[in-house]
Unconditional design. Sequence first.
Lengths: 336, 337
Amino acid sequence: MTSGVIEIEGLRKTFHSVRRGRRVAVDGFDLLVEAGQVHGFLGPNGSGKTTTLRALLGLVRADDGRMRVLGANAPEQLPQVSGRVGAIVESPQFFGNFTGYRTLRLLALAGGVPVNRVDEVLEEVGLADRGDERVKGYSLGMKQRLAVASALLKRPELLILDEPANGLDPAGIREMRDLVRALAANGVTVLISSHILAEIQLICDHVTIISQGRRVATGPVAEVLSGFDDNEHLVRVDDLARAEELLRTAGLTVAGHPDHLVVSGVPDPTTVSRTLGEQGIWVRELTPLRPDLESVFLELTGTPTHPAVPRQVDGWAPDQSADGQEIDLGMRGVDA
Amino acid sequence: MNLIRAEVERLGARRFVQLMIVLLMLAFGVTAATTLAGSHQPTAAELAKAQQQATANLRNMELQHARCLARDRGEPFPGDRNFYLPQDCSELDPALRDRLPVAADYLTGVFTFTRQAEPLLYFLVAYLVLFGFLVGASYIGADLNSGGVVNLLLWRPRRLTVLGAKLGTLLGAVLTVSVLASLTYLVTFWAIAQIAGYPGPTNGAFWAELGAIWGRGLILVLLASAVGFAIATIGRHTAAALGAVAAYLVVWELGGRIVLEILDAARPDQLMLASYVGAWLTGEISFWDSSACRTVTDGYCTGSYTLTWQTSLAVLGLLTAGLSAAAFALFRRRDLI
């Protein structure tokens, strides 16, 4: 039995609109974030990320499903744990004519947080020098930092960040990354939703991918990526045509390119060098081609015409189909 | 308590609130300055002459009443026989008049507090009603629209508490501003009357009447604030409140009234909120009842009906309570996206 900081099981939410009709935003979504994780939450636009986070935080009423945050049922028992949860949801807006300091001070007052904490968080997010300026003069990145500062005011045990890198320049993204790492090092559990996949890969140790309102992958980042590793290698030799023929003869799958070959299904790269070397072809380059999060993400979410198929790569040991795809969405290991 | 403190600070820091208070002070200053400039303290001779005119007028009223009573008794009465006398002599009875002529009525170029206090107070109440409605609507409307409420709910995930704190803060702040503004306003004009005008004959009844209007005016301001807040909450925008009121005024108070008159409906004023607002502020208000005289074929018909402040309080209170309850019920269940 696993106890998570965030547990979502079978979450469903459908929006009804006179103009747009019925739209299923989240369709039986499951999520488990355990203590100490920096958990990436990925999905294309409209896949249900923000709806999930809003439902978790009590801003949207779920139609069905079970949610727990720090052991409290959400949204009913959220007030019991809200002091331990910092969150920003989708580019929060602030009153333009309030200063950054005043914005945070009002939140601190409302939340019963000592006001001297405001200066500390402004320092943490790099806005100490700009705190007395009006928010309407802030850049998008500065507003984003202010939002993060508001989430940090409470010294949260759990930090939920929805697109925290939106509008940040490369330096800002790097600062955000360092900040999240520092928080994680101090034991804060972080759930980040983001479109910047390279960042997620750099920051997060776990990831959950959502598509069409359903989970399509979850687990440690390395395991998610390894699930999509076809053991491909890039091969450069002088005689590409002969090398391709030799490798095919050896039973390997080869794709020819103008200046290199891509060999698939090679768990041991010495197979390539030995096969070619024995025939007097010397390998100039033999590079493993590892999948990155972006390619995995696109593969998992880039098939909108088919129902999303969950893929199990974590340790919850669901039933496996013949191709290794998750066929049971049950939240095994989650406290039921 | 911390939430209330934060909301008070947030409300006070809003530009719109500050602008409305500046406009209030500006209107107040202009009114006081023009009053001061256009008034002078009456001389003893002016007062004596005005007193004579008032006495003469009162005597004339008593004379006409006596003439009317004499006609009813069939007794001769000296003087002009062609003078119009109503069937019911009580219409001429000075003792039954709302007020009798006083010297202040005959002073020209003199600001008289007892004559001007009521209209001045009505003006202030009208402004404060507008102030309360607009501030109430924009306070929650802007917060809902800008994501301020969402930010707050991330901190205090108790929707009814948060909305209740906002409404309570609004009503408390509007009441404080209204009390301070109206007291300052009346004291200033009382001082102008003392320095450069004429206070007039004040007695317990005058102050009681003025106090009643003031109290009812403050309650009306609070009701307007709550209505603005509630409609903006239901519609999620400040503009929803403004649009709803504009639509109500045009469609019902104007269009509906015309249609009801065309249909010759009985007592159309009874169906208009403006009638209840007027009755609440003034204490009571009488309307002509055309249906009451339909069956009267001869003689004089005085068909009218009266709306009292008690009825008005019930109507306006129920409306405000209904809108507020709807706003809270919707906000409790609404998806904040």
